[in-house]
Design a protein around this ligand. Structure first.
Ligand code: XIL
Length: 327
């Protein structure tokens, strides 16, 4: 079982940070260092320095590395997002980027989020430079641009596991139904896809664990590996950024336990990863305008919380089935 965390180069000089990651995890993912903004400061330059630092750290500690991500509608550098490129130019940029980045990290990154968040909550394709603004020339062909990205990635690194990663598609809903239909079609036609990343940013303390379990199982049954890629469980905080109701931390730990168990119950759910590990550094405060926080298994002083114990127990007490349980 892979148990991972997103890490950020900014903190790799902090000894408590690195010793906690090295002690607790066997997989890491760069929080931002392999995104376009980091790797492509301009159209002509590839800068792998920050991503390479993550790789060095992981290799020193014998950890696996998940790559994140090659295409996204957000977090693109201005030169790209506002560059008014034509479709043929975008197709070229996309192919070149996928080829160069996966080749650079070949043999190092074992699994890639090829496309991130391309489908919305209603199950519709999101507008993006890659799809239809103006897109790579496949704007009238639905998921064809996603397929193209997977094919280019597979050609450049045939050994890497290729994932489609998304948020809000954790339970059975219109969003995950659309992803399911896409994967079914890809499988049918031999498009190289190996897995689905379920981000698992839980913003309310009431996820439908049964439905999440059902959703994990249906993707596994379709031949996908499932990775929980970005889990955190946000709790309401006051203006001083203190947890409003301490009982919420208990609820939080129960949710971590439920999701850990849901993943452990299915042999095809092969990785459980959180989006950071210490409440000292978490994107959730920024994301919720500081109405929520303390979403991770370690507190700001790197002390394990109830959530940590819950994950730990969930991993220890639920042995993986040898065959995929599909129901
Ligand atoms: C977030 C990072 O945590 C932030 O530092 C950055 O400013 C924006 O991106 N879904 C994803 C991640 O796939 O890449 C996002 O990471 C969080 C939501």
């Amino acid at each position: 079982m892979l148990v991972g965390t997103a890490i950020n180069v900014k903190y790799l000089s902090e000894s408590a940070y690195i010793s906690t990651v090295a002690r607790e995890y066997n997989m890491v993912e760069p929080e931002n260092e392999m995104k376009w903004t980091a790797i492509r400061p301009n159209a002509d330059t590839f800068d792998f320095s920050a991503g390479d630092q993550i790789v060095d750290f992981a290799q020193t500690h014998g950890m696996k590395i998940r790559g994140h991500n090659l295409l996204w509608h957000l977090y693109n550098p201005d030169w790209l997002a506002k560059g008014h490129y034509t479709s043929p130019q975008l197709a070229h940029l996309m192919e070149e980027h996928i080829e160069k980045v996966t080749t650079h990290y070949r043999g190092k990154v074992f699994a890639w989020d090829i496309v991130n968040e391309a489908i919305d909550g209603h199950g519709q394709l999101r507008h993006s430079i890659w799809y239809d603004q103006p897109g790579i020339g496949m704007a009238d062909k639905g998921t064809a641009y996603i397929e193209q990205a997977f094919r280019w990635a597979h050609a450049a690194d045939p050994d890497a596991l290729l994932f489609y990663n998304d948020a809000g598609a954790e339970a059975v809903n219109a969003h995950s139904d659309a992803i399911y239909a896409m994967v079914e079609d890809f499988r049918h036609r031999g498009v190289p896809i190996n897995g689905i990343g379920l981000q698992m940013h839980i913003l309310n303390l009431n996820p439908d664990a049964k439905s999440i379990q059902k959703n994990i199982n249906r993707f596994v049954k379709l031949g996908m590996q499932v990775h929980i890629t970005e889990m955190d469980v946000a709790v309401p905080v006051d203006a001083d950024r203190k947890v409003k109701n301490p009982e919420d931390l208990k609820k939080q730990s129960e949710i971590y336990a439920q999701i850990t168990k849901a993943c452990m119950k299915t042999s095809g759910c092969t990785a459980l990863q959180t989006w950071g590990f210490t409440d000292k550094y978490s994107w959730i405060g920024w994301f919720t305008k500081h109405t929520k926080g303390d979403a991770l298994p370690f507190d700001r002083n790197y002390q394990p919380k109830r959530a940590y114990t819950a994950i730990h127990e969930g991993l220890a007490n639920s042995p993986k089935p040898r065959k995929s349980s599909s129901h």
